[in-house]
Design a binder for this molecule. Structure first.
Ligand SMILES: [Zn+2]
Length: 297
């Protein structure tokens, strides 16, 4: 199994709602439960500024690199500004790039990080400095490794940055299934959007997802990026859907099975997860990796 992970993802954000501790806890649980062994863990590589520029504007990257983002920009990012954020996010973006390459080689791979779907070409938003999903796709396209890609975004929040980046690009099909009345307020159109009502539970969610996946796969992607947010979980502090552990496990199984039967490699990124008890978020993500292992071609 290919699992990209770095202990450097555990940035100290001083009590911020984003539990960066989850990455280490997930890696430890995967090893402790025998889902993975140490040889499965692959280190990410720092994403180059050139690769970031495949998606982001040079003006934005210069401000990030120089630490000269405005107060407004930092407020939109919703993170305390720390100089080490730049390297942390470059590493996390590089991690998705590494995982995407491994997925093409092995049929599937997971990045214990990434899913930074709120980052736009010219600004960061909602805890996302760079859009790792878009950078990884553009890198693979630029290297001639793939022509087409699909994004299956199951985070509870709409994938606004990703939708905007690939708007009007027929080579990338973007799909987002999310809670309609939630952040972000402005939702640029994905190729397929499903905005769910508050409190939607397992049955409705799984039925809508199952109906959508054939449409996504009809776009003939060479790779699927699965944004496996843990925040549709009931009781998530930033989410208002009501999926159970079992519902989320089935969600993962449905996505992996759809991709497997279409013969399309899948790269998993974790995205959000803000349960009051971080162990609940860890449980959801660990189950995703288990499902990926079981669905391996
Ligand atoms: Zn989210």
């Amino acid at each position: 199994m290919s699992i990209v992970y770095s202990p450097k993802y555990e940035l100290d954000l001083g009590g911020h709602i984003w539990p960066t501790i989850k990455y280490r806890l997930i890696a430890e649980r995967l090893l402790a439960e025998g889902v993975a062994d140490a040889a499965d863990l692959v280190s990410p590589v720092l994403c180059s500024w050139e690769a970031l520029a495949l998606v982001h504007t040079s003006e934005y990257l210069t401000r990030v690199r120089d630490g000269t983002l405005s107060e407004d920009e930092i407020q939109t990012l919703e993170l305390p500004w720390l100089p080490e954020l730049v390297e942390g996010f470059r590493l996390m973006t590089g991690g998705t790039c590494v995982a995407a390459e491994l997925a093409l080689e092995h049929g599937s791979a997971v990045h214990l990080g990434g899913g930074l779907h709120h980052a736009f070409p010219n600004h960061g938003e909602g805890f996302c400095l760079f859009n790792d999903i878009a950078v990884a796709i553009r890198r693979l396209q630029g290297a001639g490794r793939i022509q087409r890609a699909s994004v299956v975004d199951c985070d509870v929040h709409h994938g606004n940055g990703t939708a905007m980046i690939f708007e009007g690009d027929p080579s990338v099909f973007t799909f987002s299934i999310h809670q309609h009345h939630n952040y972000p307020l402005f939702k640029p159109r994905s190729d397929l959007d499903i905005g769910l009502a508050d409190g939607t539970g397992d049955a409705e969610y799984l039925s809508r997802l199952s109906d959508a996946l054939p449409i996504v796969l009809r776009s003939s992607p060479d790779v699927v990026v699965y944004v496996a947010g843990a925040d549709p979980f009931r009781g998530d502090r930033l989410g208002g859907l009501a999926l159970s552990f079992e519902g989320l496990r089935k969600r993962d199984a449905v996505v992996f099975e759809a991709a497997r039967s279409a013969g399309v490699p899948v790269v998993v990124v974790l995205a959000g997860g803000y349960a009051a008890d971080v162990e609940d978020t860890v449980d959801v993500h660990v189950a995703t990796v288990r499902e990926m292992a079981q669905a391996r071609p």
